[in-house]
Design a protein around this ligand. Structure first.
Ligand SMILES: [Zn+2]
Length: 141
């Protein structure tokens, strides 16, 4: 997962060295990663926190969790405020894309669902269908 961060830094450096103009403030974003040492769900290996969002890097991808929007609050209140993974009774803390952005999932209400931090980090960049299949194959809930 550190490779993702390094790749992003390399892309920024490459853009700068080839003369491509980048947003002057982009390089000044206060984004830094910290290793997960038990402060969050163990599926996340690294995390970064920013104004209104948290970014979690897992074994299967990156999970971006926003906070504070009306849409987020609405999605988290659906399903009785509980995680949408079957059998999980934990509070929904993260808004997840059922079809991830990496698979061209959109951010409409129909594609968003509330999940507990554990299940959202474990799901990573998989679609809900892929994740449910993985859960069954691995005997997990
Ligand atoms: Zn859950």
């Amino acid at each position: 997962m550190a490779l993702l961060y390094l790749a992003a830094q390399a892309a920024i450096a490459n853009a700068a060295s080839t003369g491509i103009k980048t947003n002057a403030t982009y390089g000044k974003l206060p984004l830094s990663f910290e290793a997960n040492q038990g402060q969050i769900d163990p599926n996340a290996k690294f995390l970064a926190r920013g104004a209104g969002y948290s970014l979690f890097l897992t074994d299967t991808g990156a999970v971006l969790a926003f906070s504070g929007t009306a849409q987020r609050k609405k999605v988290l209140q659906e399903n009785g405020g509980k995680c949408t993974v079957g059998g999980c009774n934990k509070p929904a803390e993260h808004v997840d894309h059922a079809i991830p952005r990496s698979q061209n999932g959109d951010t409409t209400d129909a594609n968003l669902q509330g999940m507990c931090a554990h299940h959202n980090c474990q799901k990573g960049a998989r679609s809900s269908a892929e994740y449910e299949k993985w859960l069954k194959e691995n005997g997990q809930k």
